[in-house]
Ligand binder design. Structure first.
Ligand SMILES: [Zn+2]
Ligand SMILES: [Zn+2]
Length: 242
């Protein structure tokens, strides 16, 4: 681990961190605190790495460079990474993060993002972190956008500014869970617009909670690139199958 990455990890642990396991909600022992989950849940929580698709970040076997999906079709974003596999233990964590106001989980996810992809983030030299926006009225109802919470935590430890208000979500898209790849694409058609044209960003990092087919990331990347951003990357907390 190089000094840059070690430095930010050290500063992170000092910040206010959740004191309960993100998966089972049990109080954490001191030695478990850094990870954000307890010893029992650690067995079930799985990182994506070490072998992942060079485009979308999905887990692949050690002999593959790309996943099936990326071999067959292209994406609008340049490259994306994901930290965890979206399995049972992570589903509990993501549920609380999204619906139970556990905004402090953002710090745990930022810790693992830097631990796994710190060097990549450093090397890319992003101008800004852009959270996938939520539809305005929906965010008002929930009180926060979990992608933005993650973006802010990541910004705290990397120093890369968060840019909100650049992309707007124009409609409340149907819950994507029930839709297949094609329907997802249709569902997202014209869902996002760039609300400012004066952006000077050349290279940005979009962050989101869960990557499934990549259609959300693709739509946001397309809008950003149409608006003049040259390179668009993604970083998601979890990656899961349809
Ligand atoms: Zn636990
Ligand atoms: Zn892929």
């Amino acid at each position: 681990m190089n000094q840059f990455i070690k430095g930010i990890i050290d500063s992170l642990v000092e910040l206010l961190y959740p004191n309960k396991c993100i998966s089972c909600d049990k109080v954490l022992l001191k030695i478990e605190k850094e990870m954000g989950f307890c010893k029992d849940c650690a067995k079930g929580i799985r990182l994506v790495g070490p072998n992942y698709c060079m485009t979308c970040g999905a887990p692949v076997s050690s002999s593959e460079e790309y996943c099936d999906g990326c071999r067959k079709s292209t994406h609008s974003f340049n490259q994306s990474k994901a930290i965890f596999r979206y399995n049972g233990d992570m589903k509990n964590a993501m549920y609380r993060f999204k619906y139970a106001n556990r905004r402090c989980y953002g710090k745990v996810f930022a810790y693992h993002a830097v631990k796994n992809y710190g060097r990549w983030i450093e090397e890319k030299g992003f101008d800004a972190i852009i959270p996938v926006p939520m539809y305005g009225p929906k965010q008002k109802k929930r009180g926060y956008n979990q992608a933005e919470v993650f973006a802010k935590s990541l910004s705290e430890v990397t120093g890369i500014p968060v840019a909100t208000g650049i992309i707007r979500r124009n409609k409340d898209t149907v819950a994507m869970k029930q839709l297949n790849r094609l329907k997802r694409k249709k569902n997202l058609l014209k869902a996002f617009t760039m609300s400012k044209n004066d952006v000077q960003f050349r290279k940005v990092l979009i962050v989101d909670d869960i990557y499934t087919t990549g259609s959300t990331l693709d739509e946001v990347a397309k809008v950003l690139k149409d608006g003049g951003v040259r390179e668009v990357y993604g970083l998601c907390i979890c990656i899961g199958q349809l």
